[in-house]
Design a protein around this ligand. Structure first.
Ligand code: ZN
Length: 242
């Protein structure tokens, strides 16, 4: 099965459209949370996902718009954008987000937004923290988002040790029998210094992954953010990938 793995779309329809076009035909799309927040088109991004075979889980920004998280825990620009996103959402979009689980298992893969241990909030930014998380899922692979940085953690030994490996772009990488935690990066707000939208293709039969980047019309998204009076910092960061 050819799976499109994407995360952290953040209401950026131009970036999502570019990813879907670039990925080509897939059997299913797995969305790892944070469909909304930050950007200007939350309903359109939800509808775009709904128009294709997919499964999805919730992220902290999805819970933010639902009032399931205290927005005091968000930085001020994220909070303003989250409140704006909340106002835009149709009853159908709210119902869709409300139904998203925190975690799910698809074949050999566990899907969690932040981490398998604390799906909504934990950031896997170091091999120590990632290593401790291997005890919190049973499948060979766990797919996460949340940091907006594409990375792969490979478990070296049962004692929680693991390697952090930056994913090479546009290279098909065959996974061995080790266990993995893999982050595809962010579609709508990359934070690794590369402003292009990030995603992952996964061949579940061959255990092959391919990390890809695709340029999109950043200016178009920024113009919509300006028109909506969304925080300037949120739009300017898009062009530097931070
Ligand atoms: Zn996010």
């Amino acid at each position: 099965m050819r799976v499109l793995v994407l995360s952290d779309i953040h209401s950026n329809l131009a970036a999502l459209q570019a990813v879907l076009d670039d990925a080509g035909e897939v059997d299913i799309t797995w969305s790892l949370g944070d469909i909304v927040g930050y950007g200007p088109e939350p309903n359109e991004c939800i509808q775009m996902l709904q128009s294709r075979p997919h499964v999805a889980i919730a992220g902290n920004h999805d819970w933010g718009v639902l009032g399931k998280l205290d927005l005091a825990d968000f930085n001020v620009d994220a909070r303003i954008a989250n409140l704006w996103n909340r106002e835009q959402l149709t009853p159908e979009s709210l119902a869709y987000l409300q139904a998203l689980p925190e975690k799910r298992v698809e074949g050999d893969c566990t899907l969690a937004h932040g981490s398998p241990r604390y799906p909504i909030w934990e950031y896997l930014i170091s091999s120590n923290v990632a290593g401790a998380n291997f005890a919190h899922f049973d499948t060979a692979i766990c797919l996460v988002g949340h940091t907006h940085v594409p990375i792969l953690f490979r478990q070296v030994a049962e004692d929680m040790e693991c390697q952090a490996i930056y994913l090479p772009e546009a290279q098909r990488v065959r996974l061995d029998d080790a266990r993995y935690i893999i982050n595809p990066g962010s579609v709508g707000q990359p934070r690794d210094g590369d402003p292009r939208a990030a995603y992952l293709l996964l061949d579940t039969e061959e255990s092959i992954i391919e990390h890809r980047r695709v340029a999109y019309d950043i200016a178009a998204t920024q113009a919509k953010m300006r028109a909506a009076d969304l925080p300037r910092r949120n739009s300017s960061r898009l062009e530097v990938g931070w």
